[in-house]
Design a protein around this ligand. Sequence first.
Ligand SMILES: [Fe+2]
Ligand SMILES: [Fe+2]
Length: 256
Amino acid sequence: MVSGSGARSAGDVRALAASAWSFRWKVEREAEVRFETLAGRLEALGEPPHLVNLTRRAAADERRHATHCARLAAELGQPVPERAPPPPAKVAPAGLAEEDAVTYELVAACCVTESVSVAVLTTLLPAARDPSLHAVLRELAEDEVAHARLGWAHLAVAAAQGRTAFLGPLLPAMLRGSVDDDLLLPVEPDREDEALLALGVLPHATKRDLFVRALEQVVLPGLEASGVDTADGRDWLATRRAFPKVAPGRTTDQKT
Ligand SMILES: [Fe+2]
Ligand SMILES: [Fe+2]
């Protein structure tokens, strides 16, 4: 059982953390469906069987992650809905050839999103003193590393076929689509509370900084090494570097 600490707004902090874990449950269930769908599409394209198997395994991992997230959300006072969330929409733009659309989906889901998740989870690990929470974060981190590698492995296959350059001009849309709606916006001060860390949730500004650092240090260099011109992606990121710190009164849902 996870428990918060600190006298000031301990209930509010728990409520925010519950909301974050509930949101993670939804994201994990969506990821499960996305990977299951991608496994079938990879198989149909004749992708190497080990990548298809890794994608199917990723779907099973995400299902297991969702179970952990649901338990933590319930322990913090916000049980998740009984019904699964609706299946996620395809993120690749219309008009791409099927193999390029699959590459886009895998790069967005794995190279970008999973890489950022790894950065988030490894930052949370040292702050999680509750053994059960620590074990969940470690399990998620280890699996998300494998999911990120899956994306890079597929990208290497696409690069060997000369099919990665198309991603360059699409990076701004991909990066924009990979962030929560409010990640690059100021949020209410409660969401910057350091007490969230003990409940497995990053203060908002820390999460935003990690996103930027993961892009700059992992994602964009990895894409460049795979033949993607990242100039448009870097321009997109540069225009969003001057983040305001805090704005009062926002009431959006707490995100991961
Ligand atoms: Fe996951
Ligand atoms: Fe994952």
